[in-house]
Design a protein around this ligand. Structure first.
Ligand SMILES: *[C@@H]1O[C@H](CO)[C@@H](O)[C@H](O)[C@H]1NC(C)=O
Ligand SMILES: *[C@@H]1O[C@H](CO)[C@@H](O)[C@H](O)[C@H]1NC(C)=O
Ligand SMILES: *[C@@H]1O[C@H](CO)[C@@H](O)[C@H](O)[C@H]1NC(C)=O
Ligand SMILES: *[C@@H]1O[C@H](CO)[C@@H](O)[C@H](O)[C@H]1NC(C)=O
Ligand SMILES: *[C@@H]1O[C@H](CO)[C@@H](O)[C@H](O)[C@H]1NC(C)=O
Ligand SMILES: *[C@@H]1O[C@H](CO)[C@@H](O)[C@H](O)[C@H]1NC(C)=O
Ligand SMILES: *[C@@H]1O[C@H](CO)[C@@H](O)[C@H](O)[C@H]1NC(C)=O
Length: 429
């Protein structure tokens, strides 16, 4: 992002008149769109309006209708603040299928903030989404996400519980209730079945909170706060891939615009949005650095200026991007029938981040035992910072670099294969 834009955003976020609008409790980081009764703009209309997420490429579905559909639940999220997730039993489909698409439809009318939400099946996150800010006349939208990669879980869930977190507040001022329908569409085609390279994992291990009290996601509050999950993998694993879900909130909702602490201090500002503008979600395996990602800056519909996101929301707002780390080179550590630990954290993070991950595991169909060894684990990281400011005017340069190379071999019935993983992150403003 060009520097001037960052600076402009920082100003927008830090100073009046927007500042006053930034502090309604209990969710201080969101703006509310002007309500339709106090401003009669051309945007207000009398019939409910459809909202869209313009993320490209959109999901390509077969022209034929689904082979069958499985409704999961209908639920209205009214006052759900501080409550555990809504749950609903899940029964796997009884007919064969080759493709699955999750569909989440929402409608809402009244006055309300944008909210973050997630759908889990037995602790495995399937979708991270955020809601639009409604109008008096109402808004509605639909999210579709391909969930074929969760085939083993969808067919054979260990517990059979769908959980949904959508914390919302309804009172005299905030009247919007989110009505949500969730269903799964299944398709069967030989063409899908023959795509061996896209074969879904045989097993999915959630890297997430054990208990659902406040959702299965980890809440990360600062740069030294890490959360861990213990797990073991079957002795015939030949591939492991970690899929990461992430969203950022509170003082880090706009982390890519945060000024350095020195600037905040020098100007006697009261904002908690500091720590400068670099963040990275990193993953460890038994304490070893195993990779990191810089998340895409998804803007929720109350972000910066709510009128920019109506009725076309920001990229990814209805279906937040997920990130993939290939962990196959680490099988040499994990294949000893013992318990291991995956950890997640946020470099320079401030409160709060919602993160969890799914470990996708592929098993050797012809052997009970695979063997593996880590060959190379090289990494290098650097962050350079240069700040200068004259009162409220300033230039903040932050450059981060990260390079890692991992390799390891796995011997299975498919042969003795070596996987090389190279990651390079260059972050510059
Ligand atoms: C949910 O499903 C019910 C019953 O089919 C329907 O009346 C309602 O409009 C749906 N709501 C949304 C938000 O799609
Ligand atoms: C497992 O199922 C029970 C009973 O349906 C439910 O209370 C519990 O939350 C479920 N656990 C998970 C991890 O979904
Ligand atoms: C980071 O957050 C954790 C969890 O909230 C807390 O226990 C710890 O004291 C915090 N550390 C710092 C340096 O603020
Ligand atoms: C910040 O506060 C200190 C102590 O009250 C004061 O000396 C200084 O001038 C203030 N700086 C600015 C930029 O207002
Ligand atoms: C900040 O920059 C603007 C535009 O360059 C200038 O007009 C203003 O005097 C500067 N303010 C300070 C306090 O340096
Ligand atoms: C490699 O794996 C195959 C299949 O499990 C096994 O038959 C073979 O003995 C293994 N090779 C070595 C050198 O361990
Ligand atoms: C697999 O290949 C690597 C590198 O080629 C070799 O060092 C290792 O001994 C092989 N493992 C087995 C079980 O054959």
């Amino acid at each position: 992002m060009p520097l001037f834009l960052l600076y402009l955003l920082s100003l927008l976020l830090l100073f009046p008149p927007l500042l006053s609008a930034l502090t309604p409790s209990p969710q201080p980081s969101h703006l509310l769109r002007p309500s339709s009764h106090s401003h009669s703009t051309s945007l207000s209309s009398s019939s409910p309006q459809q909202y869209l997420d313009p993320t490209f490429p959109s999901l390509l579905l077969p022209s034929t209708p689904p082979t069958f559909s499985l409704p999961l639940f209908s639920h209205s999220f009214a006052y759900t603040y501080n409550l555990p997730p809504f749950t609903s039993p899940y029964s796997p489909p009884s007919s064969p299928w080759s493709r699955a698409v999750l569909q989440l439809s929402v409608s809402c009318a009244g006055e309300q903030y944008d909210r973050i939400a997630a759908v889990w099946l037995d602790r495995v996150e399937l979708l991270r989404t955020s809601t639009a800010e409604p109008t008096e006349a109402g808004v509605f939208w639909s999210v579709r996400k391909e969930v074929t990669r969760y085939k083993s879980l969808l067919n054979d869930p260990p517990n059979g519980t769908v959980s949904v977190m959508l914390e919302n507040i309804v009172d005299d001022t905030f009247t919007g209730v989110f009505h949500v329908n969730v269903s799964l569409d299944f398709y069967l085609s030989e063409e899908d079945e023959s795509r061996e390279s896209k074969k879904p994992a045989d097993m999915i291990i959630p890297i997430a909170e054990e208990k659902a009290d406040t959702g299965f996601w980890f809440r990360i509050h600062n740069g030294s706060h890490m959360r861990f999950t213990q797990f073991g993998i079957p002795s015939n694993t030949f591939r492991a891939v970690l899929e990461i879900f992430v969203s950022f909130h509170g003082n880090d909702e706009f982390w890519y615009t945060n000024p350095p602490d020195s600037y905040i201090k020098k100007n006697n500002l009261t904002t908690g949005r500091g720590n400068a503008a670099f963040r990275e979600v990193f993953v460890t395996v038994d304490g070893y650095y195993a990779g990191s990602i810089v998340p895409f800056p998804v803007v929720f519909t109350g972000g910066i200026n709510p009128l920019w996101w109506a009725p076309v929301v920001a990229l990814g707002a209805f279906n937040l991007p997920t990130y993939t780390l290939e962990l196959t080179p680490f099988l040499g550590i994990l294949l000893d029938r013992k318990s291991h630990e995956i950890g997640v954290g946020v470099t320079d993070g401030i409160s709060f981040w919602l993160i969890d991950a799914n470990l996708h595991i592929w098993l050797d169909p012809n052997s009970d035992l695979t063997t593996a060894k880590v060959v190379n684990q090289a990494k290098e990281a650097s962050i350079s910072r240069e700040y200068s400011s004259q009162s409220l005017n300033g230039t903040f340069d932050i450059k981060a670099g990260r390079e890692s190379h991992f390799s390891g071999w796995v011997n299975s019935s498919f042969g003795n294969l070596t996987t090389y993983v190279s990651n390079e992150i260059e972050f510059c403003c």
